[in-house]
Design a binder for this molecule. Structure first.
Ligand code: SAJ
Length: 432
């Protein structure tokens, strides 16, 4: 591999993973070219700005762009390392869609040369990296591809999943351990040398297929564990017990660590990736599939419980607290909080007030419903009914004396000291 600052890296896809990755690599002094299909994204990055909210990303991007280490374009250029970080959604039937990955590989094929490294970072079904290799082989018959023959390959191809947590991306990109799966051991070693340039965590090599399954396993593990917490919340609701107290108590056991129930599981990873395992082995994955169904089902349950509380307080304004898919971020994609709030806005119209400090305006889902975006202070003043949907820090800090008289449905358990609802409301809750 080319050494030092002569190294040229192209990152394909400047989204939530690609842009921070490109910026972190550029910070090491390497020349990074970010490729995106969106003119808007390219222009934003080239002007030193960011199109996504992530802690400290704006300062980092403006710095590396100003120093000339990061540049964006819609057009690919030759490079020494290609990092593919594009979305891998699923289709309506929960089958994975690797179309963007294959399109990115086609883009790379146009400029690929002997000695280059191609790394796929997108969460992908097992076997995708081999499919990328096969596509590159088909498009570039002049280059020897790894694993195709006993001959030494011209290019190295590996899979290295991102595992960063939104809100902590810049820290975790550096500190988390990385799993690097090569099509061949030599591919893995080449990719390892690249990641060691900017990763402080341990870099562990394996095969591309094991690395692909590892990534899916991590997110399925979290989904199954959240489903357990969500199922407990359904049991507790049915029998009239405070699930938060039960979890706090159970977690005092040295080998029990139950996660938190919520209004469902959102984001573009945990609610998606387990389906890639289910689709690979449908007969062998009843647990993973059921966990997905339990978590998805929590949205309807939360709507019903919120509606019961709202019905118990006719004509009163209702504050829906939060729209983001999780705490302290501005990402509303696949958000259960947004789904619950939008359904309540459809049902109750202008009675619904949305509090979301991370939104400038209400998302399209609220168009025509009459729901309004208000700030937290107005909600505390105006709304006797409160539905907590996101555990934003700013919501947690509302003291009891400002909410003691409110009728609250707290899907996130952020206000453990909230007085129990009146008996009439409790009955409605149990009936829902
Ligand atoms: N959630 C709960 N209860 C919990 C924890 C989470 O309801 O106890 C909900 C959140 O509110 C949110 C969803 O689950 O709606 C997912 O949030 P998250 O914080 O668990 O995960 P993500 O989607 O932000 O990031 C995950 C991480 N994976 C794991 O923790 C195994 C991250 O490390 C991955 O890099 C990321 O997916 C990804 O890109 O795959």
């Amino acid at each position: 591999m080319v050494s030092g600052s002569d190294l040229k890296v192209a990152v394909i896809g400047l989204g939530y993973i690609g842009l921070p990755t490109a910026a972190v690599i550029a910070r090491t002094g390497v020349q990074v070219l970010g490729i995106d299909v969106s003119e808007h994204v390219v222009e934003t990055v080239n002007s030193g700005k960011v199109h996504i909210e992530e802690v400290d990303l704006d300062g980092l991007v403006s710095g590396v762009v100003a120093r000339g280490h990061l540049r964006a374009s819609t057009l690919i250029e030759p490079a020494d390392v290609f990092v593919i970080a594009v979305p891998t959604p699923f289709k309506d039937d929960h089958q994975p869609d690797i179309g963007y990955v294959l399109k990115a590989a086609t883009t790379v094929a146009a400029v690929l040369k002997a000695g280059d490294i191609v790394v796929l970072e997108s969460t992908s079904p097992v076997g995708t990296t081999e499919q990328v290799r096969d596509l590159l082989a088909q498009l570039r018959p002049d280059l020897k591809m790894p694993g195709k023959s006993a001959e030494l390959a011209d290019v190295s191809i590996a899979y290295c999943p991102e595992r960063v947590l939104p809100g902590r991306i810049l820290v975790e990109l550096i500190d988390n351990d990385r799993v690097i799966g090569g099509i061949t051991p030599r591919c893995a070693r080449k990719a390892l040398a690249f990641y060691r340039r900017f990763v402080r965590g341990a870099c562990v090599t394996t095969t591309s297929r094991a690395a692909e399954m590892t990534k899916l396993t991590e997110n399925a593990f979290r989904d199954v564990n959240i489903a357990f917490a969500n199922e407990l919340s359904l049991v507790a609701d049915t029998i009239g017990v405070d699930v938060w107290e039960v979890i706090r108590l159970a977690n005092r056991h040295p080998r029990v660590n139950i996660l938190s129930p919520g209004p469902g599981v959102g984001g573009h990873c945990i609610a998606v990736d387990p389906w890639f395992l289910v689709s690979a082995a449908p007969e062998q994955t009843p647990l993973i599939r059921t966990a997905r169904e339990v978590n998805d089902g929590k949205v309807a349950h939360s709507i019903a419980r919120a509606a019961a509380l709202i019905d118990a307080h006719p004509a009163k304004p209702v504050a829906c607290m939060g729209l983001a898919f999780k705490a302290n971020i501005d990402d509303f994609r696949e958000s259960p909080a947004l789904k619950v709030a939008a359904a309540l806005a459809e049902l109750y119209g202008e009675r619904i007030r949305i509090v979301e400090p991370y939104a400038q305006a209400l998302p399209k889902a609220f168009d025509g419903t009459g729901a309004a975006l208000i700030d937290l202070d107005d909600a505390i003043e105006q709304c006797p009914v409160m539905i907590v949907l996101v555990d934003h820090e700013v919501f947690k800090s509302v003291p009891l004396d400002e909410r003691a008289t409110k009728a609250v449905y707290d899907t996130r358990g952020i206000w453990p000291d909230q007085p129990a609802p009146s008996p009439a409301t409790a009955e409605l809750r149990l009936a829902s």
